[in-house]
Write a protein that binds this ligand. Structure first.
Ligand SMILES: [Zn+2]
Length: 215
């Protein structure tokens, strides 16, 4: 079982123990650490990038209780420095946290956030409502979301057994396995590019200032 340090800390570099390194059919290597700072792909969020022992980590997968780092080359077993790429982590955490802020806005209007997808260039939050739930437009939700950004709400992390819950300021906590900014203002400007209704679901598509530079 890999200890998932990214759940409780924002540290991006440390020494970790490589406990397994096995060749893959595609010529790359699966590397397992005793504890990792790398967020795997999942929960609507892309995996962190970075290096293990100076070797590039191409993607990161959660496989049962382990986190598997797909590395370009083999790495030696034992203690080695690991480093998460700060730029890609910041982008993914900003996009993901924006999803939480947009979720709060929809919920304030009576909608339930049922799905989040936080990949650069295709980020969206999907809501469901009941008959008569108040419709909203892009402009309304954009103003509400950016008000949460401007309010500089601190991230709150609560551990309940195996579940980690995340909230911003006094807004509600949600069970979540992703990475988040420490303060809502770190998200930067949120732009709602499209609000689309289909079969009773409303998809709110969004992008962030500066996103294109990092994607
Ligand atoms: Zn989250």
């Amino acid at each position: 079982m890999t200890q998932r340090l990214y759940m409780t800390e924002d540290t991006l570099a440390m020494d970790a123990a490589v406990v397994r390194c096995t060749p893959r059919e595609d010529g790359h290597f699966d590397v397992v650490l005793s504890a990792t700072l790398f967020h795997p792909q999942g929960g609507g969020q892309l995996s962190d990038r970075g290096t293990i022992g100076g070797v590039e980590v191409l993607r990161v997968l959660a496989v049962e209780s382990e986190i598997v780092h797909v590395c370009e080359r083999a790495v030696a077993l034992g203690d080695t420095p690991i480093e998460v790429c700060a730029e890609s982590r910041a982008l993914h955490a900003r996009l993901h946290s924006a999803g939480h802020l947009i979720g709060y806005c929809g919920e304030a209007l009576g909608w339930r956030a049922v799905k989040g997808h936080h990949w650069p260039g295709e980020a969206r939050v999907v809501f469901e409502g009941d008959a008569g739930t108040q419709a909203f437009d892009a402009q309304t939700i954009e103003a509400m979301a950016n008000a949460h950004v401007d309010a500089r709400l601190p991230r709150r992390t609560v551990l309940e057994g195996e579940t980690r819950k995340i909230g911003f300021g006094a807004l509600p906590l949600h069970g979540c396995g992703g990475t988040h900014v420490a303060v809502s203002s770190d998200v930067g400007r949120i732009r709602i590019s499209k609000v689309k209704e289909k079969k009773g679901q409303v998809s709110v598509h969004y992008e962030l200032a500066l996103e294109g530079e990092l994607a």
